[in-house]
Design a protein around this ligand. Structure first.
Ligand SMILES: Cc1cc2nc3c(=O)[nH]c(=O)nc-3n(C[C@H](O)[C@H](O)[C@H](O)COP(=O)(O)O)c2cc1C
Length: 431
């Protein structure tokens, strides 16, 4: 793949559609061609990803749990937050950088942990890590990654974070933390909202039994020739994708793609508590974050447990359906803890979304699907393009607001008179 082209399953006839509807003389549609330089938005990367991936792989990335109400809410909440710009401000020296755990980032972005990135693109973890490194933002490697801590740790100049699931066997936790330290990972993110495995029903419908695709989905996968070719090529050179970080603890058969679901179900620990976090605090002396916090009480608890920051998250709508969106609970939590590092994720697809979160009190934003769409559309180049899109949108919106730095953005947020209700209280936009 060269020159900004990516290998989607392009539907050529629609590419330069000249069809004009009866009612309108101009039709609007997303760009669906293969020239990455013409892809302007995360939504266009999403469309390209959907075309390249077989339906079962697409459902793995896209599905939310149960009725997908939270998945949908995560996008809808941003529509109710708006900006009030200043005009005639010289923004030529605009600076979108932020200080996070001792590192200066060019934009308040962190790539969120996502398991099984090899399904989106062969070598997906290192592709995302390299894209993040090129943009000088952190990449978070999942416990359920297809590439190991050690492989990702060798990427020069990368600011890698490691995401830890607390698994049934405590010796696994101790060992993973030790490996992350040895590989020079900068921060540890403990995910706490997956104590129980969720029901992503659209994803499940692709299978007739665990690990076995239904016949229509098998046929659909085989029809995605490019995806199959790349997947098989990777299998020939690297073997079947496995949960690389768990390889030393389980027989290879158990950590394979096909057995993934049953392994995850058997290892996620329903009795995880703050005591587990306290023990991890003793093992790790770098920045420690808890991901999956949604209340003031839990944020205070996190701080009192010695944690250095939280990620307000509903796991991108993949765990508890009907949960509120992090952006709705953020202002109240920020009011209560003015100086505590708070990251936020779930539903971020635009630079303006990121700036809204910052205006409401976040220190930075984690992006999950946004970079995964880029990865699934075009590998490392696509992931890098996703980050570039978000960064240039952040710059553009700051310029249009008349903001020279991120602190200024909070002065330009408009609160639509508490239109949503978050967890019984009103959603206040002011900090
Ligand atoms: C395909 C996929 C896999 C994920 N795997 C993990 C994981 O292994 N660990 C984790 O903490 N979060 C995981 N997440 C959740 C993300 O870290 C993040 O919270 C979520 O994607 C944010 O929402 P967004 O996708 O709308 O940006 C995953 C999300 C997706 C979409």
């Amino acid at each position: 793949m060269t020159g900004g082209e990516f290998e989607g399953n392009c539907i050529q006839p629609k590419r330069f559609s000249t069809r004009v509807s009866q009612k309108h003389n101009v039709r609007r549609h997303l760009y669906i061609g293969c020239d990455l330089k013409r892809v302007q938005t995360i939504d266009e990367l999403r469309a390209a990803a959907e075309r390249r991936l077989p339906a079962f792989a697409w459902q793995y990335i896209e599905s939310g749990s149960e009725d997908e109400l939270t998945l949908e809410r995560n996008r809808r909440v941003f529509r109710n937050i708006s900006f009030v710009p200043s005009t005639l401000v010289d923004t030529s020296g605009l600076d979108s950088s932020v200080e996070l755990f001792g590192a200066r980032l060019p934009a308040p972005l962190v790539v969120a942990p996502t398991g099984f990135n090899g399904l989106a693109f062969p070598g997906g973890d290192s592709a995302l890590a390299r894209a993040a490194q090129r943009a000088r933002i952190p990449f978070t490697l999942s416990s359920f990654a297809n590439e190991s801590i050690e492989e990702i740790g060798t990427i020069p100049g990368a600011q890698n974070w490691f995401q830890l699931y607390i698994l049934e066997d405590p010796s696994i936790t101790t060992r993973l933390v030790e490996r992350a330290r040895q590989a020079n990972f900068k921060a540890l993110v403990v995910t706490t909202d997956a104590n129980v495995s969720s029901a992503r029903e659209w994803q499940r419908r692709c299978y007739r039994s665990p690990g076995k695709l239904s016949h229509p989905h098998l046929f659909d996968a085989l029809c995605h020739i490019r995806w199959v070719r790349e997947y098989v090529r990777r299998m020939v050179s690297h073997g079947e994708p496995v949960f690389a970080n768990l390889a030393e603890f389980f027989p290879r058969r158990q950590i394979s793609a096909a057995k993934a679901a049953s392994l995850i179900t058997s290892q996620l620990k329903p009795r995880i508590t703050w005591d587990d976090v306290r023990k991890i605090r003793q093992l790790w002396d770098g920045p420690l974050l808890v991901k999956g916090v949604m209340t003031e009480a839990d944020t205070i608890r996190a701080r009192n447990t010695g944690v250095d920051g939280v990620v307000l998250s509903n796991h991108g709508g993949r765990q508890l359906d009907c949960a509120v969106s992090p952006i709705e609970v953020l202002p109240a939590i920020r009011n209560r803890l003015p100086d505590f590092p708070i990251l936020v994720d779930s539903g971020f697809r635009r630079g303006s979304d990121v700036l809204k979160a910052l205006a409401l009190g976040a220190n930075a934003v984690m992006v999950g699907r946004a970079t995964l769409y880029g990865l699934a559309a075009a590998g490392e180049g696509g992931a890098a393009h996703a980050i570039n899109i978000l960064m240039s949108e952040i710059h553009r919106v700051m310029g249009l607001l008349g903001c020279l730095d991120l602190a200024c953005v909070a002065r330009h947020i408009n609160c639509p008179a508490a239109t949503h209700s978050a967890g019984g209280g009103d959603f206040h936009c002011s900090r």
